[in-house]
Design a protein around this ligand. Structure first.
Ligand SMILES: NC(=O)c1ccc[n+]([C@@H]2O[C@H](COP(=O)([O-])OP(=O)(O)OC[C@H]3O[C@@H](n4cnc5c(N)ncnc54)[C@H](O)[C@@H]3O)[C@@H](O)[C@H]2O)c1
Length: 441
């Protein structure tokens, strides 16, 4: 099939590449010309394991091309995926300008029947709006062209994006009617997913849009739930790891997304929970849960700083080594990463920071450039030199079994704050460290 992907970011690039790898002819359209030039040269705009090889192979086999030519990309495809960003605005609502601008371009250039697929995470009712915008554009030029707009939200996780795209738990497709042309086309597109035993759920467009928001809000709620309990555990001397385990072994609950830490981040959970909260508000629907989830998350980031401040007495002049800046391991994405607000708080309190992340340093530097109070290390060991405390903010695999003897020798004082609860406290104490985690000591 001939496919155009509009927006070559974390979702668009993975979607386009994986669809090309299934044998489709894919055009990746983006307005960022530098990004496109780099992609053609093999310079990746994002870090995602396995993606480079897949892109190179599909470029070589001429199934994947990159362009900034909107007209050409729209006219040479049967299916158009909208994968542009839907960033949050100050009030928590979703900035829809990129989606609407793509819809306008489609309306302007559409030349034959096409399926327009909303893959970006968008508020309920967006498919209807996209359809309306395309119709308005067609009317302006007196054109009569048939098209369908479907909702096909994406559930991939950064860090495991290719695997998730190729082997999703489910594919959700929302259509306007139950017998439209697009259903057969979407079934054919996802045939290989069905072949590996993964279901496609066909539903209406609003339900599909809500499934995405509801899924992210559920996961974020579990994180805020366990984080709130972690603060209580610290107060009463209980152990949140044991609590999560004991709860999670109940088959109705399950263990996942019940790990206490420094709060959730990333380009999805914070904005999707706020987006859902705003949508409920706009529709005068009760919203007790989601605003609390966001509030609890903000609190948790402050809580980590408060615990460290209480431990060290005063942060002024203290050297803090931080391991992990991305919002989660195996990505270079720092959007809404808890590390942004935690580092900012440390700085405000007069600390000196030595930062390390295996992949996210360059993105983090855009927010916090090196200065008198901020330096970046090439290796995890560089940053512990003369540090008064080591703080783990992201649970990268390589942080799990470091050489603690070497670290201890380098540090000014052997203290470890494990904001992701990845270590066994007894083992760390045996290495001669003072240890604190979140909801356990
Ligand atoms: N990142 C994730 O893990 C993830 C997972 C599931 C869903 N989503 C959703 O997918 C959507 C995209 O997210 P992302 O993280 O890939 O965004 P991103 O910011 O990484 O990429 C968006 C891309 O769209 C391009 N773009 C914007 N307007 C354009 C236009 N008019 N024409 C062509 N290109 C244009 C930008 O230049 C950018 O390259 C969002 O709605 C997000 O919520 C993201």
């Amino acid at each position: 099939m001939k496919i155009t992907i509009v927006g070559t970011g974390y979702v668009g690039l993975v979607t386009g590449t994986c669809l090309a790898d299934m044998g489709n002819d894919v055009i990746c359209l983006d307005k960022d010309k530098e990004k496109l030039k780099n992609l053609e040269k093999g310079i990746m705009p994002i870090y995602e394991r396995g993606l480079r090889d897949l892109i190179e192979r599909n470029i070589r086999e001429k199934r994947l091309i990159f362009t900034a030519d909107t007209k050409k990309a729209i006219q040479n495809s049967d299916i158009i995926f909208i994968c542009v960003g839907t960033p949050p605005q100050k009030d928590g609502s979703v900035n829809m300008e990129y989606i609407y601008s793509v819809a306008k371009s489609i309306g302007k250039y559409i030349n034959s029947y096409k399926v327009i697929v909303d893959k970006s995470t968008v508020p309920v009712g967006t498919a209807e709006k996209v359809e309306k915008i395309i119709k308005e554009e067609l009317k302006k030029s007196n054109k009569k062209i048939d098209f369908d707009v479907v909702s096909n939200p994406e559930f991939l996780r950064e860090g495991a994006a290719i695997k998730d795209f190729q082997n999703p738990d489910r594919v959700v497709v929302g259509t306007k009617t139950k017998d439209e042309k697009s259903i057969k086309i979407m079934e054919r597109l996802y045939r290989s997913t069905v072949r590996v035993g993964r279901p496609i759920i066909f539903t209406d467009r609003k339900s599909a849009e809500l499934i995405k928001y509801a899924s992210n809000a559920m996961l974020a709620t579990r994180i805020s739930f366990i984080n709130q309990l972690s603060q209580f555990c610290d107060k009463i001397g209980a152990n949140i790891k044991e609590v999560s385990k004991g709860m999670g072994l109940d088959s109705r609950i399950g263990t996942r997304f019940l790990q206490a830490g420094s709060g959730f981040g990333g380009s999805c959970f914070p904005k999707d929970v706020s987006g859902l909260a705003m949508t409920l508000k706009e529709n005068n629907s009760p919203n007790y849960i989601f605003e609390s989830v966001i509030k609890a998350n903000e609190e948790q980031k402050k809580y980590v700083v408060k615990r460290i401040e209480e431990w060290l007495g005063n942060l002024k002049g203290k050297t803090i080594a931080v391991w992990g800046l991305s919002f989660k391991p195996r990505t270079d994405d720092v959007r809404e990463s808890p590390s942004l607000s935690i580092v900012n708080e440390f700085l405000k309190k007069g600390a000196k920071l030595k930062l390390f992340d295996p992949e996210a340093k360059e993105n983090f530097k855009k927010e916090f450039p090196p200065s008198d109070n901020i330096s970046y290390g090439e290796t995890s060991y560089d940053v512990v030199e003369n540090a008064d405390i080591l703080v783990i903010l992201t649970e990268w695999d390589e942080f799990r079994e470091p050489d603690f003897k070497k670290i201890k020798k380098k540090m000014n004082k052997a203290r470890l704050f494990d904001a992701r609860n990845i270590y066994n406290p007894e083992e760390i104490k045996e290495e001669g460290f003072e240890y604190n985690g979140v909801g356990r000591r």
